[in-house]
Design a protein around this ligand. Sequence first.
Ligand code: ZN
Length: 246
Amino acid sequence: MLIAILTDIHGNREALSACLAHARTHGVDRFVFLGDYVGYGADPACVVETVAELVEEGAVALLGNHDAAIEDSDEDMNSVAREAIRWTRAQLGPDHRAFLAGLPLVHEEGSVLYVHANGYAPANWDYMFGPNEALRHFSRVDAQITFCGHVHVPMLYNMSPTAKIVSFAPLADNDIPLLPSRRWLAVVGAVGQPRDGVPAANYAIFDSAQQNLRYLRVPYDAAAAARKVREAGLPEKLAQRLEQGR
Ligand code: ZN
């Protein structure tokens, strides 16, 4: 089965549409969303509606920290993120808010774990920024393969049976075999706000039969998404991030 894994869409309708179309032309069977549908971007309601429709058709959707901040406190966020969350709250109706409030933090399928931030304390939103964080994850989580987002930069970590951590920035469009002799933590880059200097949207396809993972980059109309951010009166920095991919 081919599973498309999308995360950190952040109200970016153009990026989401491009990734969904790309995944469908590649014969994807299922969608798994790792959270952060809202915050930063100008189309939060449209993104929530699109994901909710896919969930009706069998997709899995998890909770992200920006989704949680719609109902909870936004005090821990930086000022730009907080301003965007306050703007976003006014864009969402009761149905959007109920959908977000009902999302689970984790999803497990056999030896595969899906989560927004990390497997050991999903509601604390610790970032998997590097090998030390990956080691903490592996030492506290049993899953052989974990998929997370939250960092907005694609990375892949694995741990050998002797607890040696190997990390690398995966190239797009390569099939990477997730060897069963190792444990894997795949950080999927952001659909809607990439931060590695490349504006193109990120997502990944996991072939669960072959145990292969492919990271993908999908060019989309980032200029249109940035223009909408400016027209909405959201912070200028959020428009620039889309244009620059950082
Ligand atoms: Zn995010």
